[in-house]
Design a protein around this ligand. Sequence first.
Ligand code: SF4
Length: 243
Amino acid sequence: MNNNINVRPIHYACVSGGKDSLYMFYYILNNIEKYPLDMVVHYELEIDYPFIKNVIEKIKKICDKLSIKFISIKPRKSFNELYEKYGYPTRVARWCNGHYKMDCARQINEIIKSWGCRPLAYIGFCANEKKRFKYIIGDWINNDCCYPLAEENITEDKILEWAKQQPIFNNYYNFFNRCGCMGCPCATYKEFAYLFQYYPKEYKNIIDKIEETEKRFKFQYFKKPIGEMKKKFETKSLTISLF
Ligand code: SF4
């Protein structure tokens, strides 16, 4: 969507803390004349994996060192507040996106507009993610977003190989290609197994919430009863395909 091009743009890198956004952040810093950077923005979610928090800490330190503005935005309603109201999000009732995560996007747009500027977000979509593009590659200057990785023809495979070598991701990309939130309703069973092995406290908290939601709304969250699922998550090896 084209913005009012007479209004000054604020170029900001949107960093989730996953592999693509970290790679994009480094890429932008090394190509600052092509991709001017006014600030870096992170949506701070309680359901981020702990390793994501470490990545964001690292990005923030670099921003501080280079005097780049860093903004962390929290949803106006906490995950727990929304959980109390709606129960744990399911595949069909994914309130975690619209009511929770995207509230951060609404806030950053409001902030930039209150400055009398227009937002231009750098987003870490790769060259092979054409289905997600909302502008024609090469034509981003007057748009409200830009995909630097796609602009540079950098593919997800290349970044994945790089991510596997980065200890900060805590092995996550040795098992998975992409990273959503912890306990995402769209997570695979293998992601629950990773959660159990690497972050048992967070795993227990999520499973407790799912069990509580099942009781409260009288339904079954997974295809099989939660007791059976827990056994699978907790006993299977991560290196073997679970299902
Ligand atoms: S990644 Fe999953 S948990 Fe996170 S906002 Fe999207 S649907 Fe919800």
